[in-house]
Design a protein around this ligand. Structure first.
Ligand SMILES: Nc1ncnc2c1ncn2[C@@H]1O[C@H](COP(=O)(O)OP(=O)(O)O)[C@@H](O)[C@H]1O
Ligand SMILES: Cc1ncsc1CCOP(=O)(O)O
Ligand SMILES: [Mg+2]
Length: 271
């Protein structure tokens, strides 16, 4: 199956979803531009005095815990409560969960106290959230994850979120369905920020497309296709990972539903 890319791109053009991102200091600019280039409106409010009101009028909230601290977690919880009060979908990127106890505790608080619409993490992070043994070094997923679909499903069942486990093959799971998405390029794993930009991609798509699973399948496929089109040179020549990053951002900006649509089916429903 392939998702309704025409519907998703039209919805984003119509809504121009405002997405408040509380995100890490490493990739914040790439996250803002990825949101803008898809057709959303990014705002990076992270002051508790401001963010509660900002989220009240937003279409999406991204919580990326890459460089958060104690105050940052409280701000995320306040922003998340505002999102829940105003039916704003929350996307969680549990960066580095499984690497330290503090990160495990933060992810536990966010998933317990908030009603999360989408969790987008790499294989190691999703496996750690499932309570299974994971090998997360800093923010990198290392190790072998042959049970990733089972573990993503367990996280979905536990939290009610649509779960995206990113890797060479992305896995998307709800409590009762799971999919593999074959899209993307290995160059996407060779610079910092593609996980973070995938998180904000979910927030833009979920901020415009009513059904969260439809939004995530379309957003995940489109994101991978942007990586492929850039790798194919459709957005200019590149010399290595740094210039590929620029081509990749240009691909997000340039991609429309027709270019995002692959020639063959890329999504397999596992169950
Ligand atoms: N070898 C690969 N082949 C295809 N896509 C990849 C590959 N490595 C990473 N990606 C893509 O890059 C994005 C970020 O994934 P990942 O590297 O797992 O996240 P993170 O940066 O959070 O560790 C995802 O869309 C993923 O599909
Ligand atoms: C390196 C680093 N350290 C804390 S957050 C961060 C960025 C992680 O980015 P991504 O998960 O997109 O690779
Ligand atoms: Mg990541």
């Amino acid at each position: 199956m392939n998702p309704d890319l025409d519907g998703a791109f039209d919805a984003i053009a119509e809504v121009s979803p405002l997405v408040n991102c509380i995100t890490n200091a490493v990739t914040v600019n790439d996250v803002a531009n990825a949101a803008l280039f898809w057709g959303g409106l990014p705002v990076m409010s992270d002051d508790e005095n401001d963010v509660v009101d900002m989220v009240a009028g937003a279409d999406g909230l991204l919580l990326n815990m890459g460089t958060t601290d104690e105050q940052g977690v409280e701000t995320m919880l306040a922003a998340g409560r505002s999102a829940m009060d105003h039916d704003v979908p929350i996307v969680l990127d549990p960066v580095g969960v499984g690497a330290t106890p503090a990160r495990d505790e933060t992810a536990g608080r966010l998933t317990t106290d908030l009603d999360i619409a989408v969790i987008n993490g790499n294989y190691g992070e999703i496996t750690a959230l499932a309570g299974e043994t994971a090998d997360v070094r800093g923010v990198e997923s290392v190790g072998d994850y042959s049970e990733i679909a089972r573990d993503a499903t367990a996280v979905a069942a536990d939290t009610g979120a649509v779960v995206v486990a990113s890797g060479a093959t992305d896995v998307v799971a709800t409590a009762d369905r799971a999919f593999e998405i074959e899209a993307g390029h290995e160059l996407m794993g060779q610079f910092v920020g593609t996980g973070c930009m995938q998180g904000v991609t979910q927030a833009v798509f979920a901020g415009a497309v009513t059904d969260t699973l439809d939004a995530v399948l379309a957003g995940t496929l489109a994101y991978g296709r942007a990586g492929e089109r850039a790798a194919a040179g459709a957005y200019g020549d590149f010399e290595g990972p740094a210039s590929y990053r620029t081509a990749f951002l240009d691909a997000i900006a340039g991609l429309d539903a027709a270019e995002a649509a692959p020639d063959e089916e890329r999504i397999t429903e596992l169950h």
